[in-house]
Design a protein around this ligand. Sequence first.
Ligand SMILES: Nc1ncnc2c1ncn2[C@@H]1O[C@H](COP(=O)(O)OP(=O)(O)OP(=O)(O)O)[C@@H](O)[C@H]1O
Length: 744
Amino acid sequence: MPDTDNVISAYPSKIKDLSTLFNEHFECIDGLAEKFKAALKEHIVSDFFQGDEDEKTILLDLSNQIAAIKNKDDLFGVVHASLETLFNVQGFAIIVVNKTNNIHRVYEFGQETYHPNGKSLNDTAFETVSISKSVLMQLAAISGPVVIELAEAIDLFPDMAYLHTCKNKGVDKFAVITLEAAGDILGYLLLTTELLATEALRINLLAGVCSQLSIALSNIILIEEVLRWRNEMELLLSVNTAIASVRSTEELAKVIKDQLKQLLGCSHTLIAVRDANKHTVSAFLLDEDARAKAHPAYSDAKDGQYPLNDSVLQQAMNSDLPVWFDLDELVSQPDVPLYIKINHESGLKELIICRFSKGEDVFGFWLLYFEEKQLITESKLKLIQSLSYQLCISVANIIANQEIDRYKRQLEEETIYLKEEIEVNQNYAEIIGESPAMQRTFRLVTQVSRSDSTVLILGETGTGKELIARAIHNNSPRKNKLMVKVNCAALPANLIESELFGHEKGSFTGATERRLGKFELANNGTLFLDEIGEMPLELQVKLLRALQEKEIERVGGRGTIKVDVRIIAATNRDLEKEVDEGRFRSDLYYRLNIFPIHLPALRDRKEDIPMLATHFIHRYSKKTGRQITTLGNKALQDMMHYSWPGNIRELEHLIERSILLSSGDALKQIHLPTTKPGHIITTTNWEVPLKTIDENECEHILRILKYCQGRISGQGGAADILGVPASTLNSKIKRLGIKKEHLV
Ligand SMILES: Nc1ncnc2c1ncn2[C@@H]1O[C@H](COP(=O)(O)OP(=O)(O)OP(=O)(O)O)[C@@H](O)[C@H]1O
């Protein structure tokens, strides 16, 4: 109930004037004045009660409308309507303060909104702007409605379109009213002060509107939070499903590109994993869209190996939560890592790093770069953390799959070698030779086998260099590991490096998968470098380095890999001569020539021929199902007088062929080749071989086939030279039992 005396005393001059008038002119006015006073009092009281009732009704209406509000569009509609009706307000702004990382949303609403950057109302309403810490502090000092100058308000919120609109309209003062709910400051309402001056008596009404507004605002913030959370959960679920089905780095890169980057609003991401040495990390998954790609140092940075304990990674390694970095601050510190430097110089502002760990073991990191500052909210950090757990599992799976693939390939290759070894062991079960030269060789083999020394086996083709190499390996402490053979003459120069040292996926055209080199495959075993004299000069340097450092680097790889390999090299070239003529590096020659073994040519140990011949007759009789029990004297004599340019291999093949061409249980004849340049037949007791027409024909066809390297048809082919149609030659070949292997 208002105090009417006080109200009347608020109008003293008017009451005084009235009573003077009445005193002077009317005696009876005294009684009327009392009545007037009573009436006025009654009017003021009733007016007051009416106003109070209106406000209550308005607030009740407002509260009903506010209760139905679901989003900020509804809120602006209702608040605008009530402010306009109650206070004739044309425009207002609501600033919602989000304390996390000083991110603030400014919701503006006004007519004819003007924006300094020429943006329209649709662009500016609800825009998100960041507010400096000092402004925040000034705002926090506001408790009730305060009046500030327009210039002051623009200083606080230079980008607020609403203020610029007001400036255009000539408004020079503003009221700032704090919006609070349950003791928390939600934000601020900005209005013109004109309203406060003219509606001074309705300040309570304004406070009522503001408290309703605060409730609605806090509801909207909660609804928004729930919706955002629900959206994030949905996205997280779909990303999780996508990540769960990822099997390769390519698939992972696609999920990151198509879903994660958009979800997190980051410029690019990178996954780094720990290297085999366990002290450094290097890139595992690079982002194709990395801004720093144009940076001159990008290629160095991308291929770099970074210590796990560098100033940046160390912090992420020690934190269970994602760690947030300001790149401006980071680069001002000493020893800033190259990857930070190039990203900062490419305009990136912030970085979040999550660690990947299996239990206590940190095996990698996820780096997310942002182009703008202060866009990382607490909820985004939580989201990043949840995603990093999924990514961690996915990356661990990919690495495990790669390892399995690698082992599978290694196993496949090892199986090939083991099969070869079994075959070879069957072949090489016996090394035949009783000549003093071979006995000397056996002694050397026994001596060197026990050590890890590099062995260089020299000798003409077919003298048994590989056989001796296997004997050394099989008698060495490494015999339970592989002996891996590389034929340096059989590979194109550009492939030998990858054959020896392996390659990383994508290191050259055709390198579709990471591949182990022979060095790695022979780890803890023996590497047999056959035909070492054929190795290209440029690769000789790399081989020398590998032999000296005992470590190799894969083609396209980052960093070196330690290997423990025993080297046995062989050549039929005169390496000293090769060195003199500049085709073989002298330093590599000295590195290989630690323990040379010279294998004698067969012509220099003819005393071994009968034994070798018997050995091969047994082997091939068995193989062909024949029962050859005798070697004719003439056949033996022929062999003893032949020069054997192809050495034991030639002897072996000739015996096989002769067995095929013979009949009965005696091998009476060895089908030695006729004179060829360089193949001097040293037979002293020349005898005319008594051959059948078929045998002669067979020999002649074989000779021509060899000359044509097995080509039958076409110009210059065997049929062409022999002057018969290809079909005729084919049927002759069939009839005479000539096989491919006879051409060797
Ligand atoms: N002492 C030996 N006793 C039995 N067989 C032998 C002997 N020496 C070589 N051989 C046979 O000769 C064939 C060729 O031997 P090997 O491949 O070891 O020669 P190589 O010197 O390495 O030849 P290349 O220089 O052409 O590579 C083998 O199939 C093996 O059966």
